[in-house]
Design a protein around this ligand. Structure first.
Ligand SMILES: Nc1nc2c(ncn2[C@@H]2O[C@H](COP(=O)(O)OP(=O)(O)OP(=O)(O)O)[C@@H](O)[C@H]2O)c(=O)[nH]1
Ligand SMILES: [Mg+2]
Length: 349
């Protein structure tokens, strides 16, 4: 059994091999870092998908540190600077908070004073209702990013923590989507509410919340369809469901946007549309195990301006980690560990 940091290390193996391996080729012993080597480090970081902004910032840090040490550098010294900077950038994104409510959804995100006011004084829920009932996690994102799998993993995590979890089959577009969630619910051992394919997602969620109240669930996790291409489609569908949750529970759901770490610029743009259209509280970044460009976590956090809450590291229910910037940066650079050990098979439905 691996611990959290070992699982993270294992999941990030491809990225680590690429960054650490190439850094190692640049350095042998102590070297004097000239402009060309700094450029190479920058290119290496950009090719690991950290994004230009973060890569430039990190190289500037390295340069600054070098001035303090007379211009000589070791692989270890440079690695430490990169690692500390990645952790710092991710920590900064962790503190960004939701700036809109579902009432303002679809409008441009509030900035400055308006945003700060929204943070300190959240809009009262409909009719001034006192918040009650279960916690609700609303999982949204582009299709195929890993929403349903992440819901199963989240359900597992919360069940392990002793909570009573109910899954709501809010993706009613395909019969297969409902079935996939049902299989996961059975496998994880949590309850499940559906009205089948073609049902109104808002009605399914209404039903699920009533069931949760009646049966004493602590947490309801809502699956959604990813095939919503325009902003107005997105708001029509998701806004309707969110308003049902607010009416029943007296507060907005906690909305998590799922983003595939293998996503190219196109996927990132689609995720941006979600982040700009609906009030997202945080990110689940999936499939980090499948990419050699785990640096995308930094670029996504920066581009979307949202905190990463969880990372997906495989297809099994246990392959989800609560995101910790320090642990992530450490796992990217820890040279040796049990990651060479054989891994077990998958268990997806
Ligand atoms: N390697 C890996 N695969 C993952 C991860 N998360 C999800 N997947 C796989 O990605 C594929 C899509 O996952 P789903 O959970 O069905 O994605 P979805 O967003 O619900 O898809 P739609 O409902 O079609 O929009 C499946 O094959 C999953 O097993 C992960 O963290 N790592
Ligand atoms: Mg799905």
């Amino acid at each position: 059994m691996f611990g959290a940091i070992d699982r993270l290390r294992q999941g990030l193996r491809k990225t680590r091999d690429s960054i650490v391996g190439r850094l190692g080729e640049l350095f042998v012993g102590k070297v004097r870092l000239d402009a060309a080597t700094l450029d190479e480090i920058e290119a290496l970081l950009i090719s690991a998908d950290l994004g230009v902004k973060a890569s430039t910032r990190i190289v500037q840090s390295i340069e600054k540190r070098l001035k303090e040490t007379g211009g000589e550098a070791t692989l270890e010294g440079v690695t430490q600077v990169i690692r500390a900077d990645i952790a710092a950038i991710l920590r900064e994104a962790q503190t960004s908070v939701k700036v809109r409510s579902w009432d303002e959804a679809g409008e441009a995100p509030a900035r400055g004073r308006k945003a700060r006011a929204a943070r300190t004084a959240p809009a009262p829920p409909d009719g001034g209702a006192v918040p009650s009932g279960p916690r609700v996690i609303f999982v949204v994102g582009v299709n195929g990013t890993g929403k349903t799998t992440s819901i199963a993993k989240l359900a597992h995590l919360h069940k392990q923590a002793g909570r009573r979890v109910l899954l709501a089959a809010g993706d009613t577009f395909r019969a297969a989507a409902v079935e996939q969630l049902r299989i996961w619910a059975d496998r994880v051992g949590v309850d499940f509410v559906t009205q089948g394919q073609g049902a109104d997602a808002a009605a399914v969620v209404h039903d699920a919340l009533s069931a949760a109240e009646a049966r004493g669930h602590d947490l309801v996790i809502v699956d959604t369809a990813g095939r919503l291409h325009t902003k107005s489609n997105l708001m029509d569908e998701l806004g309707k469901v969110a308003r049902v949750i607010r009416r029943k529970c007296g507060r907005d759901p906690e909305t998590l946007l799922v983003v595939d770490a293998n996503t190219g610029q196109n996927g990132l743009q689609q995720a941006k549309i979600f982040a700009e259209t609906v009030p997202v509280d945080g990110l689940i970044l999936t499939k980090l195990d499948g990419t050699a460009k785990g640096g995308i976590v930094v670029a996504i956090a920066e581009t979307l301006g949202l905190p990463v809450r969880y990372v997906g590291l495989g297809e099994k229910v246990g392959d989800l980690e609560v995101f910790d910037p320090e642990a992530f940066a450490e796992a990217l650079f820890t040279l040796s560990g049990p990651e060479d050990a054989a891994e077990g098979g998958g268990d997806r439905p």
